[in-house]
Write a protein that binds this ligand. Structure first.
Ligand code: UN1
Length: 499
């Protein structure tokens, strides 16, 4: 399929996505595929005002009816899975299997949110006073701004939007400048679901296209109750700083520097498959990508050469083609950052396998790289940093306690895992003295989380949780109510106050 045909299949006709000022290039071959009109600051402010008006209406719609809109959205997404998945691949370069997987995450979270729309449960609480009832209710919060990153241009929007919509909140998307087209296609899909729904308020689901000034419009406006941001640590710090000035709420899902501990008892067959998928999937550009391998010294010489061999045989190429496992990096700057990290690793005593340019002849304007394995004498500075590229650092350990210390000794705290069949080790890894990450897996890689769990992490990852479990609570406001149905007015704590 031609690039234009992929865009057209998602309703993005040429005249709609040309003539603007934001150039979009596909990482597949480096060619320009669109010039999208951008939203200016006043356009963003108008969108926020529309969303604030929509909130007045949407918060009164019964939650199960709000769920109906998300059900319709899930149906549209099922129909569009192939088209949207291909657009994700074209725009951000992940292989088609992963592009489709991203749309499947959207469908899954819609299903979850529809069920949730009948389960926004509160609590009843025993009052200490006679003739009194206490309860806790959850009410819609307000407008939610959703800032997303280039590497997942579709799924994180849906983790936020599907939940926010059933919770009674209008949503405004601000996608990465590198991947606006996927969000425009999602907006099309939403518009169809809204039309089928019938009576949703105008401005319930909106998209802003442009740069950081639009994120700033969201963080500046008191009409935006919550900003949920996925992306880099510096971006998250900027959002948190701006929001804290007005004590607005945030959900932050930022960098990860995810590790796997491979213990002597590990099933190495499984470990190898998990390592390769999580380290080279999305060309190492997932926030959950495996970046650090902590291998027991007894199996190091068996595992590492085996990995190097598998890496040498990886199919690198156009992510739109069947059978390809490694697509391009997003752009030349990402490739340069990868090379700089490898240079630093060499200076720190690392032995680098792979890591060079790939597909240079076929796609001179694109940024394909051979995934790298870097054997390091110890975890140094470069291994503590998140480089958004397929670099897997490997170090040895002897004692499980040391392995866990190495795992935790980084600024980020998103995802982690252990391969071991020794229950003492695996339970230690999952205990309070174990992994300090938001996600800790056993005999599964660190990436590819299901939507049913809460997704996010600690430390510089930002502390936010999105998607499943009770993450919905962040999209609602909690109200504690005490009702006195007696004829007396007893005070709490037994205080006497006679007038
Ligand atoms: C991200 O990279 O921002 O767990 C999200 C995973 C995916 C989501 C990654 N479900 O790898």
């Amino acid at each position: 399929m031609s690039h234009d045909a992929i865009l057209a299949a998602c309703g993005l006709d040429r005249d709609r996505i040309t003539g603007g000022t934001l150039a979009v290039t596909t990482p597949v071959d480096g060619s320009e595929i669109a010039r999208v009109p951008v939203t200016d600051r006043s356009g963003a402010e108008a969108a926020i005002a529309r969303a604030a008006t929509a909130f007045e209406v949407w918060r009164q719609v019964p939650a199960p009816r709000r769920g109906e809109l998300v059900r319709l959205l899930g149906e549209e997404l099922r129909r569009e899975k192939e088209n949207l998945g291909r657009l994700v691949t074209l725009e951000c370069g992940k292989i088609l299997q992963e592009g489709l997987g991203e749309v499947q995450e959207m469908i899954d979270i819609c299903d979850f949110a529809v069920g949730l729309s009948r389960q926004l449960y509160g609590l009843t609480i025993a009052s200490e006073r006679p003739g009194h009832a206490m309860r806790e209710s959850w009410h819609p919060l307000g407008v939610v701004g959703i800032i997303t990153a280039f590497n997942f241009p579709a799924a994180p929007w849906s983790w936020n939007a599907a939940i926010a919509l059933v919770c009674g909140d209008p949503v405004i998307a601000k996608p990465s400048e590198k991947t606006p087209l996927t969000q425009l296609a999602i907006q099309e899909i939403c518009d169809r679901a809204l039309a089928a729904f019938g009576d949703a308020p105008e401005g319930l689901i909106q998209t802003l296209i442009g740069g950081p000034e639009l994120g700033e419009a969201l963080t500046a406006s008191p009409d935006v109750a919550l900003v949920s941001a996925t992306g880099s640590v510096p971006m998250g710090k900027a959002v948190a700083g701006d929001m804290s000035k007005r004590l607005g709420k945030t959900i932050l899902e930022l960098g990860g520097n995810n590790a796997m501990i491979v213990a002597p008892s590990a099933d190495l067959e499984m470990a190898v498959r998990a390592i390769v998928f999580s380290a080279v999937g999305t060309a190492g550009q997932r926030c959950t990508s495996l970046r650090r391998l902590i291998v027991h010294e007894d199996i190091y010489d068996e595992l590492v050469p085996r990995l190097v061999k598998v890496y040498e045989g990886l199919a690198i190429g156009s992510p739109l083609e069947n059978g390809i496992l490694v697509g391009p990096l997003i752009d030349a700057a990402a490739f340069d950052a990868m090379q700089a990290a490898l240079d630093t690793a060499r200076a720190e005593g690392g032995t680098v396998h792979g890591g060079g340019r790939a597909m240079g002849e076929t796609y001179p304007d694109a940024a394909y790289a051979t995934p790298a394995i870097v054997e390091l004498p110890a975890q140094g500075e470069i291994m503590r940093q998140e480089t958004f590229a397929p670099i897997l650092y490997v170090v040895k350990y002897r004692e499980i306690g040391d392995a866990i210390r190495i795992q935790n000794d980084v600024p980020q705290g998103l995802s982690s895992c252990i391969f071991s069949t020794d229950v003492r080790e695996t339970e230690l890894f999952l205990s309070a003295q174990g992994s300090d990450c938001g996600i800790a897996n056993v005999n599964i890689g660190p990436s590819g989380a299901e939507i049913g769990g809460a997704f996010g992490g600690e430390k510089e990852t930002g502390g936010g949780r999105e998607s499943g479990s009770d993450a919905w609570r962040a999209y609602m406001r909690r109200q504690t109510s005490t009702v006195n149905y007696s004829t007396e007015l007893p005070l709490a704590q037994g205080i006497s106050f006679e007038i």
